[in-house]
Design a protein around this ligand. Sequence first.
Ligand SMILES: [Zn+2]
Length: 226
Amino acid sequence: MEELPSYKDTKGSMSKAALWLIEVVGEGNTFTKARLAEAFPNVAQIDRRVRELRKYGWRIETNREDPSLGSHEQRFVSRGDAVWEPGKRRRSSDGINAAQRRDTLVRDGNRCRSCGATPGQTYEGTYEIAQLDMARRVVRLPNGSDEVQLVTECNRCRVGGRDLVTDLPHLRDRIERLSPIERDVLRKWIQAGERDFGLVEKVWAEYQTLTPDSRDEIRDGLTEGD
Ligand SMILES: [Zn+2]
């Protein structure tokens, strides 16, 4: 269980409002402007401070987003950055807020979009542990315009892929040039939503761990055109 400072002992009206939402209202519940004003009788424009929380990834809905809410009602849907902590107050350095991070992770099934790694998993054949993070991917659309998309990437795939622009027509071209067998493998990965390490790759990974002598033995046993 997370230790939070009490909203009463916290400085700064936005931080107070954030903690009040968590501690008094609770995620998923609704509150009224009157109740908010009552909790903070000495703070001018407390509802404005609550609105500001949205910049930090907090989800607070009004009847504009959710028509089932009354005109004075709001719903505290989910929390974002811990604005009461000095370091977290600013939007994260990459400008991706907690809500975007969460949405992207959910959409990507909590896996690296490039290699399918899950957090904490060790990369095959190594002791390196996968960690997931967000990356901005510039995607060139068929109409020639660029769009920035957030994707989940692991530490290993992220290295080197940072300034990559994915050109969709070019990618399609390269797919066209694959052999029918390769295209079929690709189609299966796309359908499964992850790259499945085929038998050949597993054998290759195991082969690489062998001593030179054993590698020679395997190599000698492989005749071309088998
Ligand atoms: Zn990866």
